[in-house]
Design a binder for this molecule. Sequence first.
Ligand code: PGA
Length: 255
Amino acid sequence: MREPILAANWKMHKTIAEAVRFVEDFLPRVTDVEGVEIVLAPPHPCLERVAQALQGSAVRLAAQNVHPEPQGAFTGEVSVPMLADVGCTYTIVGHSERRAIFGETDAFIAQKVAALLARGIRPIMCVGESLAQREAGKTFTVVETQLEGGLQGLEAPQAGELVVAYEPVWAIGTGRTATPEMAQEVHGFIRQQLEKRFGVEAGRVRIQYGGSVKPGNVYELMAQPDVDGALVGGASLDPESFARIVHFQPVEESS
Ligand code: PGA
């Protein structure tokens, strides 16, 4: 059984005070949650204070990015040992915003994945096609290339540490979510690709869906056999909204 993993990707939002306020508001709303892993990925300056605020809870800390080198002349970057030091359990890598805006390549993402795993931090590796790629029928090719490129050198025993986030670029921040069937189709494909590489260990990899996930659509997405969680941007900024997502209950019909 794969434990569902629901992660908040705050992107470039929240000051330290706002981040701590979120945690204080959020934690009491999720004390009843069992068997679900909850992850918060605040901006780097908030990591330490959020780690402190999360102490005593089961909610995990993630960073949104990392550099593969352990130290050196890389102005503006943050290393794996620094993230380990501040208490990160996870780190997001290869988000489509980093690929598109900052030109990150699959080879660079693979270095990050390897550096994180070597230090015991679990990567959340994002893959996903653009609208033009989907319309051109290239979704599977794009996802296959990103998976192969990003997971170079990863061995089967490490596979269980990995989280893959399928985030169709056209669904991110647009309010346009993939249907549960569309998500399952690509998640099933990702699982097959992982099986080719890792054999039975592929069954341990958790695959999150990301792209306009909200309290109202998370239940149906989570009901798909290969959807093991969600990576949530906009709807994770509000504690009540993210708490509802973490509970992933069916939306009650209003009469
Ligand atoms: P969104 O972002 O939920 O705002 O669409 C998801 C993501 O980019 O991780």
